[in-house]
Design a binder for this molecule. Structure first.
Ligand code: HEM
Length: 411
C-alpha cells in the first residue's frame, strides 16, 4: 500500500491519523474498527475527515444518540457514508428513499404508512415462512460436512423473506442480491456501478407497480407493493418518486444488513466454542444471545447532514458537513456497557443502538430479530458442533454495512 502524502486526497491511500483523517473504507478499518474506536476514545471522541467532503464521526454512545434525536441540526437527506451523484437532468439526488431519507414532517407520514406491515403480529406470520426457507437451505448444507455459512446460508434468508413481503418473485433473488452488492458494497469505490444498479432497481419496481395498478383492486395481491399503490395522502396517491423510492428502500434495507448480522452470528459461534456449546445446552438464551450479537457485531453505519451550525463534544460542525453515525462504535462504549468488547450471552442490561435511535429507528427491527433468531436456531438444530474450516479465508465487507461475506465452516 502507498503512504498518504500531503495534497494526496485519493480515497484509496491509507490513513495515518484516524482522528483527523478518518476513512471508514480503509481496509484496516473494515478489518478491525474496534481498535480504531479505542484509539479515538482515548484521544478525541469525534473523528474528522475531509476525504469525501467534511465529515465527523463521534464514537461515544451519548453523542451518537443525541445526534440521532436532533432533527433540527441534523438531516437525513444524505444518509450514505459516500454520497451518490446527483441526477444531472434534475439537479437533485437520483434517489429519495422515504422514510429513511426524509425529515419531519414528511418522515412522520411516510413511516406511518409502513408501520402496521412491520408490527410484531404481522412479522409473526412470517416466522413459519422463514423457517421453511432456512430448512430448505439446510437440507442441502447438512448433506455435507462443510459449507460457506455466509454464501450458502446467511445471504439467502433475508432477500427471500423481503421478496415474499414485497410480492416479487423469489426467482429474482440473484438480481436483488446483485443490486445490494453493487449499491452497498462495490458502489462506494465505483459510483457508476451503484448508479446503474439504482436505475435498474427503480425500473424493476416501476414495472411491478404498473402491473399492480392495472389490476382491479380486488384482484391485487396482499403485499407491500399493493399497500403502497393503494396508499393515499390527503386524497392523493403517493407520487411515483416516493413510491418507487420506498420500494427500493424496503428491498435494500433488509438484505445485506440482516445477511451481515446472521453471518457475524455464525462466525461468532464458529470461533467461540464455549458460546456455541452454551446456546446448544440452553436454547432459552436465544433472545439475549441475539441482542448481544446485534450489539457486538452491529452492522450498520448511517450518515446525517448538518443543516445548522452546532457544536458536539467541543467540535464545531458546520452546515453542509456530514456526520457518520457509527451505531457500532456506540455499542462498544465502556461508559454505556460494562466490558463492552466482551460477548456476554446473557447480558442483562443491553440498550444497544444497532437499530439506530430516534425517529429513524429501524422499521424492520422485529423482522430482523425474527430472521436472526430463526436462522441461528435452525442452523444449530441441523448442523452439529461446527468451527471455521479456514480462518484465513474469511472475508469481511465494510462501509455502510459491515459483515462477513465468506465463512468456510466444517463439522
Ligand atoms: C440486523 C438487521 C438490521 C439492522 C442492523 C438495521 C439497522 C438500521 C438502522 C441503524 C436504521 C436507522 C437509520 C438511521 O438512523 O438513519 C434502520 C432504519 C431502517 N431499517 Fe433497518 N436494519 C436491519 C434490518 C432491516 C430490515 C429487515 C428491514 C426491512 C425492510 C429494515 C428496514 C428499515 C427501514 C425502512 C428503516 C428506515 C426507518 C425510518 O427512517 O423511519 N431494516 N435500520
Amino acid at each position: 500500500m502507498t503512504e498518504r502524502t500531503a495534497g494526496d486526497d485519493s480515497p484509496l491511500s491509507p490513513t495515518k491519523d484516524w482522528g483527523r483523517d478518518l476513512d471508514i473504507l480503509d481496509p484496516r478499518y473494515v478489518d478491525d474498527p474496534f481498535s480504531v474506536w479505542h484509539e479515538l476514545r482515548d484521544a478525541c471522541p469525534v473523528a474528522f475527515s475531509e476525504r469525501r467532503g467534511r465529515a465527523w464521526m463521534p464514537v461515544n454512545y451519548d453523542d451518537i444518540s443525541a445526534i440521532a434525536h436532533d432533527t433540527e441540526h441534523f438531516s437525513s437527506r444524505r444518509i450514505g457514508v459516500v454520497d451518490l451523484p446527483e441526477d444531472a437532468r434534475e439537479g437533485r439526488p437520483l434517489l429519495t428513499a422515504p422514510p429513511i431519507t426524509s425529515d419531519p414532517p414528511e418522515h412522520t407520514w411516510a413511516r406511518r404508512i409502513l408501520l402496521p406491515a412491520f408490527a410484531p403480529g404481522r412479522i409473526e406470520t412470517m416466522t413459519p415462512i422463514t423457517q421453511d426457507l432456512a430448512r430448505e437451505l439446510l437440507d442441502s448444507i447438512a448433506a455435507g460436512r462443510r459449507a460457506d455459512a455466509a454464501r450458502d446460508y446467511a445471504q439467502h434468508i433475508p432477500v427471500r423473506v423481503i421478496a415474499h413481503m414485497l410480492g416479487v418473485p423469489a426467482a429474482d433473488e440473484e438480481m436483488f442480491t446483485n443490486w445490494a452488492v453493487r449499491i452497498l458494497q462495490e458502489g462506494f469505490n465505483d459510483l457508476q456501478k451503484s448508479l446503474d444498479a439504482i436505475i435498474e432497481t427503480l425500473e424493476y419496481f416501476g414495472a411491478r407497480v404498473d402491473e399492480r395498478a392495472a389490476l382491479p383492486a380486488d384482484q391485487r395481491p396482499d403485499d407491500l407493493i399493493t399497500l403502497l399503490v393503494e396508499t393515499e395522502i390527503d386524497g392523493e396517491p403517493l407520487d411515483r418518486r416516493h413510491l418507487l423510492g420506498t420500494c427500493f428502500l424496503l428491498l435494500l434495507a433488509g438484505i445485506d444488513t440482516t445477511w451481515s448480522a446472521i453471518g457475524s452470528s455464525l462466525w461468532h459461534l464458529a470461533t467461540h466454542p464455549e458460546d456455541q456449546a452454551r446456546l446448544r445446552a440452553e436454547p432459552g438464551l436465544i433472545d439475549s444471545a441475539v441482542e448481544e450479537l446485534l450489539r457486538v457485531y452491529s452492522p450498520v453505519t448511517m450518515a446525517r447532514e448538518v443543516i445548522a451550525d452546532v457544536e458536539v463534544a467541543g467540535c464545531p460542525m458546520r452546515s453542509g458537513d456530514k456526520v457518520l453515525m457509527s451505531f457500532p462504535a456506540g455499542n462498544r462504549d465502556p461508559a454505556q456497557f460494562e466490558n463492552p468488547d466482551e460477548f456476554i450471552i446473557d447480558r442483562e442490561r443491553n440498550r444497544h443502538v444497532a437499530f439506530g435511535s430516534g425517529i429513524h429507528r429501524c422499521l424492520g427491527s422485529n423482522l430482523a430479530r425474527m430472521e436472526l433468531k430463526v436462522a441461528i436456531q435452525e442452523w444449530l438444530d441441523r448442523i452439529p458442533t461446527f468451527e471455521l474450516a479456514d480462518p484465513d479465508a474469511v472475508t469481511w465487507t465494510g462501509g455502510q454495512v459491515r459483515g462477513p461475506r465468506t465463512i468456510p465452516v466444517r463439522w
